[in-house]
Design a protein around this ligand. Structure first.
Ligand code: KE4
Length: 440
């Protein structure tokens, strides 16, 4: 067990100052137990904690660091922007440059507005859909996360047909009632919802590949139903590509699926590790955003010069070097390695992957006793995972200097800096840890 005394002290201090000692709950290790690790630096595929331990980083700041930490091109771009200032609260040409890169990368985006986070992007996209359609209801899916806007912090009502209920104190029943929460990959349920509420539905909001319940891939039938039902009923199809944008393909998950949404939200990679989100789509919708139209949305640091520089350099690097085939090859090796290591340890696991996003879902029982891995297709199946087993796996990897997501219900991300040797090291470490999960 590696000593992390400085982390322990840093956490004690932070807890006296910051709720839970963290500025975002995902970092608190609540889902795996123990204390969060405090970090001091990152370089390439590695993070170094405050005790000087180095880790192979499979969180990548929850997605942004597809080029690894401190990529020279991104650092140079930030330095250059910094040499001229940090924030003007006025338009800059660099924002138009990044807008051109986004529009060129994602054909469904004809116009785009920059904000400072994925939450802001989703909140604004929902407001625009409601403002443009004059309707109030939105549909989201269990296990999909779109940031912490009130209307999106909603759990499924008592049955899928009923409207949402708040899933956080502070979210009012009045807000939650306008959000319908359905099961992902359930085209019939979506059809039913449109039958009951069709012409009151402003938007269907979804992760086009889910990262936030662990990785879940949509079926073609589900995607087809979402696109055709929104089309038929005049609702907006809003793809939340905050995680998948520029991650799964340069044009995001919509490029992989060949499905064209009406609006798309972006975040994470588009800011190159600095605070930047965006929402964009059909010009007839986007032109309804103030000051072109009447739908209000604003932000002091929207399109911040440093974040725009980091995002623009990141997108340029991704476009020029197109790492996606390489990331997919390494991802396939990691997926197969984890799957066979779990099998060798008699553990039923479901390994889901798209490109450089992957989740190993731990399931109860033992293969030798007849348990077999069950497909994870939505929250109903993801939520059956053996989270204790995942937590033991997580900590075992930490002791091997490998930093997987600190929750069973998060996807891992690896970067262009992760080498074949890193992947082999990860598989070997996982095999050792998985073996310790066997009953004594
Ligand atoms: P932010 O407001 O955290 O920038 O973006 C919210 C968001 C929106 N949409 C999707 C698909 C997302 O994955 C996110 C944020 N993802 C989480 C990780 N599951 C961020 C980590 C955190 O909350 O600290």
């Amino acid at each position: 067990m590696t000593a992390r005394l400085r982390s322990h002290e840093a956490f004690a201090r932070a807890q006296r100052l910051i709720p839970g000692g963290v500025n975002s709950p995902a970092r608190a290790f609540g889902a795996v137990g123990g204390e969060p690790i405090f970090f001091q630096s990152g370089l390439g595929q590695h993070l170094t904690d405050v005790d000087g331990h180095r880790y192979l980083d499979y969180i990548g700041s929850w997605g942004p660091m597809i080029l690894g930490h401190r990529h020279p091109r991104v650092v140079a771009a930030i330095d250059e922007a910094l040499s001229r200032g940090t924030s003007y609260g006025a338009p800059t040409e660099a924002e138009s440059g990044l807008a051109e890169q986004i529009i060129e990368a994602v054909p469904s985006i004809e116009k785009v507005r920059m904000v400072s986070s994925g939450t802001e992007a989703a909140m604004s996209g929902v407001r625009l859909a409601r403002g443009a359609t004059g309707r109030e209801l939105i549909i989201k899916f269990a296990g999909n996360y779109h940031g912490h806007a009130d209307s999106l912090l909603v759990a499924a009502g008592s049955s899928a047909a009923t409207l949402g209920v708040p899933n956080s104190p502070g979210v009012t029943a009045g807000t939650a009632k306008d959000t319908l929460v359905l099961e992902y990959n359930d085209p019939a349920g979506l059809e039913e919802a449109f039958k009951s509420h069709g012409d009151a539905i402003a938007a269907v909001l979804m992760e086009p590949v889910v990262g936030n319940m662990g990785l879940v891939v949509p079926t073609p039938e589900f995607l087809k139903a979402a696109r055709s039902l929104t089309e038929k009923h005049g609702s907006v199809l809003l793809f939340d590509e905050v995680m998948t944008g520029f991650r799964l393909a340069y044009g995001g998950a919509q490029e992989l699926h060949g499905v064209t949404p009406d609006l798309t939200t972006l975040g994470k990679i588009v800011g190159g590790g600095l605070p930047l989100g965006a929402y964009g789509g059909r010009a007839d919708l986007m032109d309804q955003v103030l000051p072109a139209g009447k739908v209000f949305q604003a932000g002091t640091l929207s399109g911040n010069p440093l974040a725009v520089a980091a995002g623009s350099a990141t997108l340029a690097e991704l476009k020029e070097h197109s790492p996606y085939a390489d990331l997919d090859r390494r991802g396939r090796r990691l997926e197969e390695g984890l799957r066979s290591a779990a099998e060798a340890a008699d553990l039923p696991v479901w390994v889901a992957r798209v490109g450089s996003m992957l989740t190993i879902f731990f399931q109860p029982g033992w293969l030798a006793d007849g348990a077999s891995p069950q497909p994870v297709t939505g929250w109903k199946t993801a939520s059956l995972s053996d989270t204790d087993r995942y937590a033991r796996f997580f900590w075992g990897l930490i002791d091997h200097g490998i930093y997987f997501p600190c929750s069973q219900f998060e996807a891992l991300f690896f970067s262009t800096r992760h080498t074949d040797a890193d992947i082999e090291q990860t598989i070997a470490a996982a095999a050792e840890v998985l073996h310790t999960l066997r009953p004594a």
